[in-house]
Design a protein around this ligand. Structure first.
Ligand code: BV8
Ligand code: ZN
Length: 249
């Protein structure tokens, strides 16, 4: 599928030095990981507050733990798709920073080297009492929530739940990258979850060229300088091809 991108976008690609990719669940959809709010979205079956909150975890730790185990099993059987790989490849041509809301670790597995994880990472867990960290493989995947070996406390996934603060170093790192960016790509996100959804606005206000890549319009579309509608796994490799042409490869 040959896309003919708008001239203003090609010009930006020619002059840009620093590029940010702000990504959401949509970039992992083609790896087989369900999104949250799309038609196959997992939230359609249940409310986020029911599962992705500390109260939900304390009310029913086994249920919440099982839900994350279910998602971990899906993630463990997936691999990065052409979209993740294209973003990693663009590091050859630009100073690329990935600012992701995803907890699936697929950007790192695709080879991206500068990543800010705003909502944590499902491969890490910690004890809610003594804060000891546990990586997923080392937890006996017994059914039900595991208990801390040191103090017996409940172990939770190291992800940011509703009502919880984002890790400060990750958020401020992502914010600074957005402010300094020449282009801020917004890929596969409904842009409804805050404060993460401020990142593309921060980029825009600092003069960055905001390019949205999504299969449908979102809350962000009216802010974007350029929207490319289609699948991330198909569009991003085409952007790599255009960049190679621009760089005379
Ligand atoms: C905070 C991690 C406060 C865990 C997630 C009422 C009560 C409590 C809080 C709030 C409230 N009202 C507002 C808030 C704030 C709340 C919020 O924003 N709520 C929203 C829903 C209104 N935010 C918070 O609670 C945050 N914390 O505010 O703390 C505070 C302040 C000070 C002091 C103390 C506390 C924490 C938010 C983080 C929540 N954690 N997940 C987990 O994953 O289980 S949210 C969840 O949504 C994921 O992280 C996900 O990444 C994120 C965003 O979703 P998207 O990635 O955008 O995914 P979505 O399915 O929505 O969209 C997919 C898109 O892809 C679609 O547009 C689709 O069209 C597109 N697509 C699909 N396929 C493709 C594609 N695009 C391209 N190609 C394709 N192939
Ligand atoms: Zn403990």
């Amino acid at each position: 599928m040959k896309l003919d991108f708008e001239k203003k976008f090609i010009e930006r690609l020619s002059t840009a030095k620093k590029v940010v990719f702000f990504t959401g669940a949509g970039i992992s959809a083609e790896s087989g990981i369900p999104t949250f709010r799309g038609s196959d979205g997992i939230w359609n079956k249940m409310k986020p507050e029911e599962l992705a909150s500390f109260d939900a975890f304390m009310r029913n730790p086994d249920l919440v733990w099982e839900w994350y185990q279910h998602r971990r099993n899906i993630i463990n059987n997936t691999k990065p798709n052409a979209g993740h790989i294209a973003i990693a490849e663009l590091e050859k041509y630009y100073d690329v920073t990935v600012v992701t809301q995803n907890i699936d670790n697929l950007h790192r597995r695709a080879g991206s080297t500068k990543i800010f994880e705003l909502h944590g990472n499902i491969e890490r867990n910690y004890c809610i009492d003594c804060k000891t960290f546990y990586n997923s493989p080392e937890l006996e995947i017994s059914s039900g929530v595991p208990k801390c070996k040191k103090c017996g406390g409940l172990i939770r996934p190291d992800v940011v739940w509703f009502g919880e603060m984002l890790p400060h170093d990750q958020y401020s790192g992502g914010e600074q990258a957005a402010e300094k960016s020449d282009i801020c790509f917004v890929v596969g996100t409904s842009a409804v979850v805050y404060p993460a959804a401020y990142i593309p606005m921060t980029a825009k206000q600092a003069g960055s060229f905001v390019v949205e890549i999504n299969i449908e319009p979102t809350d962000l579309t009216r802010y974007a300088d350029y929207s490319i509608f289609g699948k991330a796994g198909e569009i991003l490799p085409e952007i790599v091809d255009i960049v190679k042409q621009i760089k005379g490869e």
